[in-house]
Design a protein around this ligand. Sequence first.
Ligand SMILES: NC(=O)C1=CN([C@@H]2O[C@H](COP(=O)(O)OP(=O)(O)OC[C@H]3O[C@@H](n4cnc5c(N)ncnc54)[C@H](OP(=O)(O)O)[C@@H]3O)[C@@H](O)[C@H]2O)[C@@H](O)CC1
Ligand SMILES: [K+]
Length: 493
Amino acid sequence: MKILSVENIRDLDAYTIEHEPISSFDLMERASKAFVQWFVSKVTSDKSILVVAGTGNNGGDGLAVARMLHDKKYQVKVVIIGNKDSGSDDFKTNLKRLSTQVFEFDSEAKLPKADIIIDAIFGSGLSRPAEGKYAILIEQINESGAEVASIDMPSGLFADRTTEGKSIVRANATVSFQLPKLAFMLPETYEYVGNWHTVDIGLSQKFISEQETSNYYITASFVKSLIKQTGKFDHKGMNGNALIVGGSLGKIGAAVLAAKAALRSGVGLLTVQVPRVGNSILQVAAPEAMTILDDQENLISSITSDGYNAIAIGPGLGTDSTTVKALGNFLTDYQKPLVLDADALNILSDNRVLMELIPENSILTPHPKEFKRLLGESWQNDFERLDKQKELSKKLKSIIILKGAHSSISLPNGEVYFNSTGNEGMAKGGSGDVLTGMLVSILGQGYSSRDAAILGVFLHGSAGDFAKNQLGSIAMKSGDLINFIPEAYAHIC
Ligand SMILES: NC(=O)C1=CN([C@@H]2O[C@H](COP(=O)(O)OP(=O)(O)OC[C@H]3O[C@@H](n4cnc5c(N)ncnc54)[C@H](OP(=O)(O)O)[C@@H]3O)[C@@H](O)[C@H]2O)[C@@H](O)CC1
Ligand SMILES: [K+]
């Protein structure tokens, strides 16, 4: 699913109005109806509602929503902020059609009490940070103790650039029209956006398909379209031959998690290269995998490269100088895309000349701290972090999976795919090792690096969602993710 800029969204509205054709008022009716449909599925009619409306089209939506909820027997009050006489045409028409109580905002008075506030002050038309009486109103909403549902955007938050200042509505939920906004993907906006949803309001699919964008939101149907069909005459050689290099004394578990995840993700043959200390642990924990033993007892001192379709390096690897040397020697000769995680990334960050040796189209999977080390610098806000991620992907000609809520997958061509699966229960040690195993397994089956990254990240998150459903986010552990990989596959195959 594309994530469009505010300019594109405005043009999309205009195009739909002209070409469907539909009047702007009727489009607003459709949008408001979609919001109301979502709202009534969540909120019972015994709750008191306060709609807080600006005088643009977001405010127009708010007034239409107030009318529709009133018709459905909800108790609704409306507070308007701004000059009604200079409001948008559709705002004015909706004001005329409204028969509920309407108050004008008075910054000296208290807001009427309500269980739920519907926030319709500003949407995508925000042109500057909220100040003055708008900031006072937003603070009153945030302090009210009511649950807040925002229409299209939390008022005061910019959709596709960073918002200076803190006068932003803190919504429990945001219902966005048709497409998600870039701001929804970034951790720093979560406290304002809350849980977000999109509702279909029939904006032109033709126009959307013609728009150029570098930002995408990964949907299940998109992931489904990437899956290769398997056949009756497949044999293990056709499903690839992958190698995982990792483990050191005390960290063999990381290699085990990666190996088990790889085996559950469809690879035909799997070999794990571990220090000698890891041999029996691996052979018992993952008997389907073969092992290659390093000469060293407790760490990796050389890396083999012969005959594999895909290689992952990193889980539990450690950063001993012998291992650093081994990685350097390996990278000097090896040309095919790799999966690089955990200590492999830490070694690269500490030995930056090695970064130039990363093969094109490799997949790097840092969490934010590892990303910062890899980048060698910090960022002011999440939008800047995203730009830096794109730049680093281009520079390294590799894919970077920046892990977190809505993990972002940046490609060397500048595109970024944001993940739609996963949950807070996955923020535990070992979760990244599971992802690495899944990625190398999928890459080994002949998927391109891009498709492997998208598939792996989506399925990993989806396995996490199934695990949370069954076990709860507190009790689930990273090893549990592996048990739910089959359900994640079943969901999209
Ligand atoms: N178009 C369509 O067909 C559809 C649109 N839809 C809905 O329309 C919304 C977009 O509507 P919109 O473009 O009218 O912008 P909106 O967010 O209401 O605000 C604009 C007003 O706020 C003002 N303003 C801005 N910043 C300010 C500030 N800091 N402090 C004070 N004032 C400020 C700004 O003033 P100006 O910048 O011109 O000075 C202008 O007066 C969209 O989010 C969705 O909800 C849906 O119904 C689907 C169909
Ligand atoms: K809003």
